[in-house]
Design a binder for this molecule. Structure first.
Ligand code: U2P
Length: 222
């Protein structure tokens, strides 16, 4: 009998650990012009106005059936000492835009504690942030878009042209998310790229995020 209970307890432990697993990541980049030119407006980080480039929003573990795990390990808090070698890159590539103005710690803490802790089976804190930085470099989205004539100049572009340009460049279709500016124009806000569980290769999206984009969208200046 004791042996039976022991086996049941082991099985329970196993199920709990598997339940926290995930199938792929969304690597989410945000266009600062669209973040700022919307309902919530924005505040520049204390380190100054970010570059006119996509910034990292997050690297989010997801399930291929839809949905995602979050806040998986309350014992694993964000510790800036673990990413001290990445700090200037984080400030440049993963800038916070929320108000009031701050140095980014709050944003990275949120992303680590909500999302990163659900991928700890694959990446520790340092590797999680480093993976985000490497993926940003690998994607090089603004470069591909501007090369194809799609620029952040307040003009409107066909959503299918944005999609096909990114597909041509990274090999896989992105998910696109739009928001509305103060005149209710649909504008390009976030780009979702799907990434394997090692956080190093782009893959086909098992499930696409809901994007709310019109067929033509504005690419706002920043
Ligand atoms: O879409 C609104 C917020 O929901 C969270 N989100 C969305 C999609 C997904 O796959 N995973 C996920 O976490 C994001 O929350 P945040 O990380 O910003 O707290 C997103 O902003």
């Amino acid at each position: 009998m004791k042996f039976f209970i022991y086996i049941l307890a082991l099985q329970q432990l196993y199920l709990q650990s598997v339940a926290q697993d995930f199938d792929f990541f969304y690597f989410v980049l945000q266009w600062p012009g669209a973040y700022c030119d919307s309902r919530h407006s924005c505040c520049y980080p204390k380190t100054g106005k970010p570059a006119a480039d996509f910034g990292i929003h997050g690297l989010w573990p997801n399930y291929k059936t839809g949905g995602w795990p979050q806040n998986c390990n309350p014992d694993s808090q964000f510790d800036d000492l673990r990413v001290s070698d990445l700090m200037s890159n984080l400030q440049r590539e993963w800038p916070t835009l929320s108000c009031p103005s701050n140095d980014g710690m709050k944003f990275w803490t949120h992303e680590w504690e909500k999302h990163g802790t659900c991928a700890e089976s694959e990446l520790d804190q340092h590797d999680y942030f480093e993976a985000g930085l490497k993926l940003k470099q690998k994607a090089n989205l603004l470069h591909s878009l501007t090369n194809a004539g799609i620029k952040p100049d307040d003009k409107f572009y066909e959503i299918k042209d944005i999609e096909s340009t990114i597909k041509k460049s990274i090999g896989f279709s992105p998910g696109l998310e739009c928001n509305k500016d103060s005149s209710h124009n649909s504008q390009l806000y976030q780009i979702y790229l799907c990434v394997d569980t090692s956080a190093s290769n782009f893959i086909n999206c098992p499930v696409m995020p809901h994007g709310r984009c019109d067929s033509r969208v504005q690419f706002p200046k920043f």
